[in-house]
Design a protein around this ligand. Structure first.
Ligand code: CMX
Length: 135
């Protein structure tokens, strides 16, 4: 079951400039920073009510976010929906014709289990499902 929007990923070429906007000008609390080597990014999470904005700064040029920035200069990168059972949702959505980008969920920032779906199968938006670790 989908529980709601977990976070919105924004690819940024210059993390200091992005923090000046989202943290300093907008006043959103910066709650978490983490490098996710498997994804080739450093993530900076800011609280916007019940949803996080996740600023994504590439640590490798050839990573998905590095390629996205090279092509588009940055911007809205993905929408992440929180689910209660990611294995069950992955199976259900695969059967519904969505195209997962990995066979199994991996572990992303904050210890969440994550899986992405190709934007060509999700109306042009890179979609992430994530399941938060049990408290
Ligand atoms: N949103 C929407 N469309 C996107 C996109 C995005 N974020 N990234 C790429 N695309 C589109 C491109 O515009 C392009 O469309 P056209 O064929 O119509 O031109 C197509 O996808 C292929 O683009 P590409 O630049 O050739 O990129 P790749 O095929 O090499 O990779 C993708 C695209 C989605 C498979 C890859 O980015 C991926 O595997 N993403 C999942 C992992 C990820 O994004 N990790 C970073 C976030 C990590 C985190 O949050 O922890």
């Amino acid at each position: 079951m989908v529980l709601g929007v977990d976070h919105i990923g924004i690819a940024v070429a210059d993390i200091e400039k992005a923090l000046a906007v989202y943290r300093d000008a907008l006043g959103l609390a910066h709650v978490h920073t983490e490098e996710v080597p498997e994804q080739g990014v450093a993530t900076y999470s800011l609280k916007a009510g019940s949803v996080d904005l996740e600023l994504l700064s590439p640590i490798r040029e050839e990573s998905p976010v590095g390629k996205f920035i090279a092509k588009k200069g940055g911007g809205l990168h993905h929408v992440a929906l929180q689910v209660d059972d990611i294995e069950a949702e992955l199976k259900r959505l695969r059967e519904a014709g969505l195209e997962p980008l990995s066979e199994r969920p991996s572990v992303g920032a904050g210890g969440k289990k994550i899986v992405f779906f190709h934007p060509r199968s999700t109306a042009g938006v890179l979609l992430e499902l994530c399941q938060r670790p049990k408290e």
